[in-house]
Design a protein around this ligand. Structure first.
Ligand SMILES: Cc1cc2nc3c(=O)[nH]c(=O)nc-3n(C[C@H](O)[C@H](O)[C@H](O)COP(=O)(O)OP(=O)(O)OC[C@H]3O[C@@H](n4cnc5c(N)ncnc54)[C@H](O)[C@@H]3O)c2cc1C
Length: 355
């Protein structure tokens, strides 16, 4: 049997890419640093192009079974009153947008890779990458592997990216704090609007509430600036309460959210303008184009990368160096412009320098 393509990272981009390669008839294995326990992510929005990519990859039914449909973007005043601003969240895309936790999305993709018999080596961290003749040598904390092609999908803190471009800049903080939470309370004035992406005026830079039919209201907020580096934020609920003040619908939703159901992090992005591939190593997902969550497209773009990479490699002879170079050039030409555009758009929305 031929040596499998290796995918570093079994998150959204990694599992989706493995599904695509398997469907394209290419043997593939995943190297994932963590185990399969819920790793604490909050929620993600997958836009129409991401929904279509997941369908192309054969993960459509599994994804739809665990996600919730989103409808309109609605802007409400601080007390939940209608401002008259309303438009389809997906800009009229026929597939709309859907929302789910990161654990639900990764779980659905991992269930699908398991069903197809794709090997996923958990607790296997990639620690280094080098050339080995016409193949790639992949160092892991469980020993070395070689492969005809390495897909780097190990996220924003990627090890693989340093091999593709040793001069790539490190990720940077975008200057905001992001908060996520869930509460049984519904925003006032929005009693019947399940799936409405409800932007509420508040003292935060952004506060969005999404009522769902089955599990209360999901909300997220962004404030600035981030906490000082190294200073632990023991109580994000209290931090956001202080930022929002006592009045208004956003504050009421937060007050009705249990502290254990509030999470926070300091978003980072990747101001990376360099190449996405070198030799027999190629990047996908956040590893290539991590953006702040301000535009909510990280998961969508990761799924699209996966589908594009699989289509591009489908008829490529992996023993033919020139054919691999052509395929990876084509993939980069297709996927780099939207990836970079998203990093730029979300940097602008976050008020950080646009790369
Ligand atoms: C724990 C976690 C929680 C998140 N929560 C949210 C959220 O709530 N909202 C949101 O908008 N985005 C969240 N994200 C980011 C979001 O998943 C991505 O923006 C998007 O889905 C693109 O996915 P990705 O697969 O490129 O990167 P990621 O989702 O970051 O996946 C990268 C994967 O690679 C693995 N990995 C990392 N380093 C190595 C290594 N050296 N060797 C092997 N494997 C490695 C990681 O464990 C992870 O499974 C989260 C990411 C993580 C890792």
């Amino acid at each position: 049997m031929s040596e499998p393509v290796l995918v570093a990272g079994g998150g959204v981009a990694g599992c989706a890419t493995a599904l695509g390669l398997h469907r394209a008839g290419i043997a593939v294995e995943i190297l994932e640093a963590r185990d399969d326990t819920d790793d604490g992510g909050w929620f993600l929005v997958v836009g129409g192009p991401g929904c279509r990519a997941l369908r192309t990859l054969g993960a459509g039914p599994a994804f739809e079974a665990v996600s919730r449909p989103l409808t309109d973007l609605v802007v409400r005043d601080a007390d939940g009153g209608d401002t008259g601003v309303r438009r389809p969240l997906s800009g009229g895309d026929p597939d709309g947008s859907r929302m789910l936790t990161r654990a639900e999305l990764v779980g659905a993709l991992r269930t699908e890779t398991d069903r197809l018999g794709i090997v996923r080596h958990v607790r296997t961290r990639v620690t280094g990458v080098g050339a080995a003749g016409s193949r790639v040598q992949v160092e892991t904390d469980r020993g070395p592997r070689t492969t005809p092609l390495l897909i780097g999908a190990d996220g924003i803190g990627s090890v693989v990216r340093g091999h593709v471009d040793p001069s790539c800049p490190p990720p940077r903080e975008v200057g905001q704090r992001a908060f996520y939470g869930r509460t049984p309370l519904r925003p006032s004035g929005a009693e019947t609007e399940n799936g409405a992406f409800t932007v509420l005026a508040s003292a935060a830079q952004a506060f969005v509430a999404i009522p769902t039919a089955q599990d209360g209201t999901w909300w997220f907020a962004r404030t600035g600036p981030p906490r000082p580096a190294g200073a632990p934020d023991a109580d994000p609920h209290a931090t956001l309460t202080a930022a929002l003040g006592p009045d208004g619908t956003a504050a009421a939703l937060l007050a009705a959210t249990a502290p254990r159901d509030v999470g926070a992090f300091d978003p980072r992005d990747l101001p990376y303008l360099g190449p996405w591939w070198r030799g027999r190593t190629v990047l996908a997902g956040d590893e290539a184009h991590a953006a702040s969550p301000a535009s909510g497209l990280g998961a969508t773009l990761a799924c699209e990368d996966a589908a594009a990479l699989a289509t591009t490699l489908q008829n490529t002879d992996l023993t033919d160096h020139a054919a691999v170079a052509d395929a990876l050039t084509h993939y980069q030409r297709l996927r780099r412009p939207p990836g970079l555009a998203n990093v730029r758009a979300s940097a602008e929305r976050s008020g950080s320098p646009v790369p």
